[in-house]
Every structure is written in C-alpha cells, then in structure tokens.
Design a protein around this ligand. Structure first.
Ligand SMILES: Nc1ncnc2c1ncn2[C@@H]1O[C@H](COP(=O)(O)OP(=O)(O)OP(=O)(O)O)[C@@H](O)[C@H]1O
Ligand SMILES: [Mg+2]
Length: 746
C-alpha cells in the first residue's frame, strides 16, 4: 500500500513523503485494511520496530482532520510521551477544516488538576497515570475524545502499572461507547483475547522492516536463528567486549543490557578502557566536549564523574540511578553516534528508537530479594532484542544471548530465540491494586451502587479473563475498608464518596496513604519537626523508592529513631522486639527514607548522600518528586480537616523538598539559572533577597566564582537591576567563563 493511495488528506501525504515515508509496511497496511482509518477498534500486535506509531498517526489525523474530533495518545512512560510528541509535532502545520492549525499537547505529572485548557488541543499525548488523574477530575474535554491510542498495551501484564491502563481504557469506553480504540502491542500470544475484550479486530504479524538476527554466542561463534553463524575475533577474550568491537569495526554501535546498575557501570568502564586506545583525534575532541557537558550539568557525584570518564572515550552506562539530565545526555550521544558502546539496565528497553546494530543481553536472569534468581520472560527478552536494527538507523540488527556451554546454548535457543512470547494476564485482581480504582469509580460517579460497581468492573480485562465474579468477591472487603475510613458512605443502596474520599481520589494517592497521613495529622507528635512530616510520608505505600537499610546500618538507624522518639506522628515499634518483628525492617526503612530527605533539605550534596546513604541521584530525584506530591497531599488534607496551624510548616517543607534547600535561600530560587548551589553562594555573599540583587553592581555578582558574566546579566535582568551596557562589555571582555560558572542547575 502506497502513501499516496491512502484515504487521507493530501496535506498529510505531503508531510509523510517529505519525511521519507512512501510505502506502508505490511503490518501498517493490514491495520488499515482492518479498519483503523474507518473508526474500527484494532489491536495491532507486531514486532518491535514494525512501525506501529505510524498507524496511530494516520488514525489520529484522520479523526482530527476529517471529523474535527479529538484524539488521546496514551503511553506508559514520560520519555516515550516526549518521543511521541516530537514525532507528532511535524503535523502541527496541518490545517483543519475550520482553518485553524492542528494543535498538539503533551501532559504528564501534576495529578491534582483537570487541565481544562487541554480541551483546546486536537491531539493530547499523556501518560497512562496522567490520563487516569484527568478522568478522576472529570475533565470535561475527555468526553469529546473520539479516538484513543493505547501504546505498549502489553503493559497490561505488569503488576505495578498494568491495572491503571486497564481501568483507563475501561473508563474511556464507558464515557463514550462510540470511542475508537487503537491498541499497539508487542507480539504476544493472546492478542486475540485483548482484541475480543475491547471489541476490536486483532492484527498480528511477524514482519519486521529491518532483519533482526537473534542468536546465541558460545565459544567465539554466534549461532543465529536463521541457521547462519558468525565468528567473533577473540580480541579481549571477553565476548561482551569482543562482539561490540567487531560491530564497531563493521560501522555499527552496540547496546549491552546488564542485570544490575553496578554491572552496567563496570561494563561501561571496561568498554571505555578498550576504546580509549582506538579513538581518532576528532572523536576524542567530540567525546571530550560531551564529558565536559556531563561535568557541568547538575551536581558532580562519584557516579557522574565515572560517567564523564567513560563518555570521554566513547563508551557509557545508563541506569535509573543517574540524574535525569545525565541520562538524557547519554541517550542523545548514543543517538548521535558519539557513544559507541552503551551498557544499560532494562530501564532503556521499552519502545524507544536507538541506533543499536548489536544488542547483547548479558544476563537472562534477574534477582529479587526474598524470591531468588529467575529467568526473564520471553516478552522482556523480545523488548531488548527489539532495540537492535531500527529502520531509521540500521539496515539490519543482531541480538545475542551469551552461553558458556553448548548445553546452555541449546537451552537459551529453545527458551528465548525460538520461543513464543507469553500470554498477557490482567493484574487488577489484587485488593490493594483494586482499592484506589474502586474509590475513584465511586468518586467520579461511574458507579453509585454496588451493582453499578460490579457492572463497571465486569468490563475490565480482568473480568474478561477470570470472569466477573472474581472481582465481585474482593469488592466486599474493599467497600468495608473505604466505609470504615469514611471515604464512602451509604445512603440506603446508594454509594457516595465523602469529601475525604473525593479528595483522595483526586489527589491520586493510595487510600491507605491518605489514612496514614490523616491519622498522623490528628495525632501530631510531642515534638513536631520536619522529620515528623518526612517520616509520616515515608510510611505511606506511595513513597517510592522506599530506601532499605544496608548491611550494618540498622544500629545507626535504630539510634536515630530513639533519639527522635518524640517526633513520630505514629506508634513506633518496640526496639527490643526489633529482630522478632517483621515490620521492624520496614520501620527502619521509613526512618532511612526520612533521613535521606532530611539531608536533602539541609543542602547536603548529592555526592554526600550517595556516600553516606548509598542512594544515587536518580533515586533521590524520584524520591523528591513523590515526596513533593505527598506533602502537597498532606497540605490539602490538613486543609480539609481544619488543621490550620499545619498548613504553613507543610507548605514550607514542600518547597524545601522540591528545591533541596534551607528556608533562607528559597526567595533566591525563583531566579532562572539559580539552583540550590548558586542560591547558597549568593546568600553567603550577602544577597538574601531579590531586592538585594537589584541593588547590586554587576561586578558584585561576577565576583562569585559560580557566576559568569552571562548568568550575572540574566540574574540582574530578572531582578530588575540597572544594566549599563559599557560596564557589561568591559566585564565580559576581562572575565573568562570557568567550568564552575558554566554549571547548569536543575
Ligand atoms: N512506512 C514506513 N516507511 C519508512 N519508515 C518507517 C515506516 N513506518 C515506520 N517507519 C520507521 O520505523 C521506525 C520504527 O517505528 P516505530 O517506533 O513506530 O516502531 P514500533 O512498532 O512502535 O516498535 P516498538 O515495539 O519497539 O515500540 C521509526 O523510526 C519510523 O520512522
Ligand atoms: Mg512503539
């Protein structure tokens, strides 16, 4: 099927041809034959890189241009939402029938809003969680959505995030029974089941635009599924290095998936050591600049220094412990071909387009505390493989597992290379997973009787797979809990959310978290401090990641808890019972999590947090983000329950957590380009307020080592100070920017 023959506006065809699309890939043609452009529900389950996004783009544009309707594009991750947004942006020059241009929005985060302004956009790209929160706020525009794209729908199978997607899809269908659903999935065994659930036709294919050779390495030889094989020169004797080196020689780049963060760092380090001997002067220069960018982006830590050292030689690592800014630099550099070998944990696997000619899956096992080692699923294995050989970048791809013996080679071949991916199973049926969704179903008025609730949940994928009764049996306990905690009330047979229940649903926190916070706010503490509040939120099930003690830390944490015994807003476990009480370790983890946050708001550097608590910057960022949200929720609940005196401390603490700073520098943090490090430097130099800066002379500011002339000017402009151009010219001519002054703060 050719692009010019598509039943879609000429403007779209024009943009597609401009971007090098002239013929549809077979899975795309199949999806269109199944009615994707005629308003039909379609599940497209096809291999990685088979061009699923384009089908979604076409269906979306068809709705927007031909029917003046609105489309919602759901993705599981923020990073994917951004990638999709970038891809959709090329359509913003299209003109609709009313003469206006197509408007595209991206939205994620900040869950306590209905974002009515999104109503003026034609295409909204959202994370699944954001979409769920918008539904809870009953955003009016959502009922105008005529097409929903659910990307990476195989996520239904994941315990932590699948249920949200499932509930969002169910809700959108209830809201507008005529809505068109387009679900994009990896190849899974029961795509037909997913399709049947949403009344769709299933299109499943095995087709891939770029050949992807999957195989297993054993003793200097890769055996591929297609029967071919490839000899690897044993340059270093380690296949994890030898295979990428050969790929680089052949003009490609390599992505190595590792099991742990630590092995990602170590693998990157080895690769850097080997590549350092081979780099050309121009490569050295561009990698050197890259390393400098890492060094001047955000705070320096042992981790970021290791990354910069590796990147300087054209290798690197990528894992969730890295600061977002550093992760982004690494991803971009790999995309631009500056990093030749990248070692990454599975965080990099889902849906992204990367130029990896070779993917090596260095370990097919995972470890989980209390569970032991277990092999990864075929589905996950396929996602790793799928990063190799992306059409934009390579003519073919290779994905390789590593075996130590012939026997192992056969097993891996059998269990992965030629294995069929698993079935998807709904994970909605667990009480704690179901509970928030039951509350929000009542709070948003999707159901106002028990029967209505059952009816709603009987439309989920869980009920489809396990039968409607399976959910019904859990409903009783959940309703009893919600009623006991006064989140819902009965008016004879009618169910209603109380103001508390309503607010909990909107705040997008787990009902259990809300109960913990509410009880804490009433109970107070003999000595109410920042630690009290930080520990309170660290107790909630929403806190993530909750930071568990390392070996040998228990004693220190128990001592800290004893010292702060008066500060807890809850009952604390008896220390003596400690080792017998299974909850005691959780308690120590709460204390540790609060201790990390406390250090953070006392301006302890990211590096010191890494050294003392072994918590990496990426984890600090995530902890900060969720804590910020929980403190906001605590503030809102304090408001709801009339704890007027707690509003100020909670409000201030939230600001400090957001910025990682003491209260005295908060006013300075509103300046662009000024983060907690520069704010402290300004403060130390005597600038306490914006007003102080307004009165300053330029050379007062540039005397601070962390502030160069460019930034000084920007700060003065924001503060509304006097700027004489001659003075600035003289200053910039005499002062050079130092590495310190180039720092970007986040
Ligand atoms: N008809 C086409 N002609 C040329 N290139 C195409 C065509 N369709 C898609 N592509 C390119 O193929 C690449 C992969 O597409 P896409 O990201 O949609 O894959 P996917 O099926 O969603 O894979 P994954 O399962 O990994 O998410 C993109 O770079 C896209 O630009
Ligand atoms: Mg995709």
């Amino acid at each position: 099927m050719r692009v010019e023959d598509l039943p879609i506006s000429d403007q779209v065809k024009h943009i597609l041809t401009e971007n090098g699309y002239d013929t549809l890939y077979p899975p795309q043609a199949d999806a269109i034959s199944a009615g994707a452009l005629l308003g039909k529900n379609v599940v497209l389950a096809s291999p990685t890189a088979s061009g699923k996004t384009l089908v979604a783009e076409l269906a979306v544009l068809k709705k927007v241009l031909d029917e003046q309707a609105k489309a919602l594009y759901l993705t599981p991750l923020r990073a994917l939402a951004s990638e999709k947004y970038e891809e959709f942006r090329k359509y913003s020059k299209l003109e609709k029938q009313d003469g206006h241009r197509v408007r595209i929005a991206i939205t994620s985060g900040d869950y306590d809003r209905s974002d009515e302004h999104l109503g003026s956009y034609d295409i909204v790209i959202a994370t699944n969680e954001k979409a769920d929160s918008l539904l809870r706020h009953r955003a009016k525009w959502v009922s105008d959505v005529a097409l929903v794209v659910a990307d990476e729908v195989h996520l239904l199978n994941e315990a932590d995030r699948g249920p949200t997607l499932e509930v969002v899809m169910t809700r959108l269908r209830k809201l507008n029974p005529k809505i068109q659903l387009l679900a994009l999935s990896a190849t899974v065994r029961n795509a037909a089941e997913v399709a049947d659930w949403i009344g769709a036709s299933a299109v499943t294919t095995e087709w891939r635009p770029v050949p992807l050779k999957e195989g297993v390495y054993c003793e200097n030889e890769i055996h591929f599924r297609d029967g071919s094989s490839k000899t690897i020169q044993p340059i270093t004797g380690n296949p994890i290095m030898d295979m990428p080196l050969q790929t680089i020689k052949e003009g490609g780049q390599a992505l190595l998936f590792t099991e742990t963060r630590r092995s990602a760092v170590e693998t990157g380090r080895r690769a850097a050591a080997i590549l350092s001997r081979a780099a050309s002067p121009s490569e050295k220069r561009s990698c050197g600049l890259l390393a400098q960018r890492i060094r001047t982006s955000g705070e320096k830590t042992r981790l970021s220094e290791m990354l910069a050292d590796q990147v300087a030689h054209g290798a690197g690592f990528h894992h969730a412990g890295l600061h977002n800014a550093h992760r982004k630099i690494v991803e971009d550099a790999f995309r631009e071909g500056k990093i030749k070998i990248l070692a990454a944990t599975p965080t990099l696997a889902a849906g992204v387009n990367l130029p990896a000619r070779l993917v090596v899956i260095t370990s097919h096992e995972r470890y989980e505390a209390g569970y032991g080692r277990y092999p990864i699923s075929v589905l996950e294995y396929k996602q790793f493989c799928g990063r190799a050989g992306r059409p934009k970048y390579d003519e073919y791809g290779e994905a390789v597992l590593i075996a130590r013996t012939e026997d192992e080679r056969e097993v891996l071949f059998e269990n992965y290379v030629v294995a069929e991916p698993e079935r998807l199973w709904s994970k909605l049926g667990v009480e704690k997973v179901l509970r928030p969704h039951v509350l929000s179903t009542i709070a948003t008025g999707f159901a106002n009787t028990e029967e209505g609730l059952r009816d709603f949940f009987s439309s989920t994928f869980y009920a489809y797979q396990y039968g409607p009764r399976a959910i019904g049996s859990r409903m009783g306990d959940i309703l009893a809990y919600l009623a006991k905690e006064e989140m819902i009330e009965y008016d004879r047979h009618e169910l209603r959310a109380t103001r508390f229940g309503q607010r909990v649903s909107e705040l997008y926190v787990d009902p259990v978290s809300a109960v913990i916070i509410k009880d804490g706010l009433y109970r107070r503490a003999a000595d109410l401090t920042d630690f009290s509040f930080l520990h309170l939120i660290a107790r909630t099930p929403d806190i993530a990641p909750r930071i568990y003690p390392r070996r040998g830390e228990d004693e220190k944490l128990a001592a800290m808890a004893a010292e702060r015994a008066e500060q807890f807003m809850c009952e604390t476990p008896d220390e003596l019972a400690g080792s017998f009480d299974p909850g005691y370790e959780d308690f120590l983890a709460e204390v540790k999590t609060a201790a990390v946050l406390l250090d953070w708001i006392q301006e302890t550097s990211e590096d010191a947090i890494l050294n003392t608590h072994r918590v990496e910057p990426g984890d600090v960022m995530r902890l900060v983000q969720i804590s910020n949200w929980l403190l906001y929720s605590a503030y809102e609940l304090a408001e709801l329950f009339g704890h007027k005196d707690l509003r100020k401390p909670l409000g201030q603490l939230r600001l400090r957590v957001e910025k990682g700073a003491m209260a005295d520098v908060i006013p300075l943090l509103s300046l662009q380009g000024v983060g907690r490090i520069r704010a402290r430097a300004l403060h130390n130099a005597g600038f306490r307020t914006i007003e102080d800066i307004r009165k300053a002379s330029p050379s007062d500011l540039t005397a601070i080592p962390l502030i160069g002339t460019k930034l000084a000017k920007k700060i003065m402009e924001q503060a509304g100070g006097l700027i004489k151009s001659e003075e600035w010219e003289e200053l910039s001519a005499t002062r050079e920017e130092t590495e310190q002054s180039l720092l970007t703060e986040y």
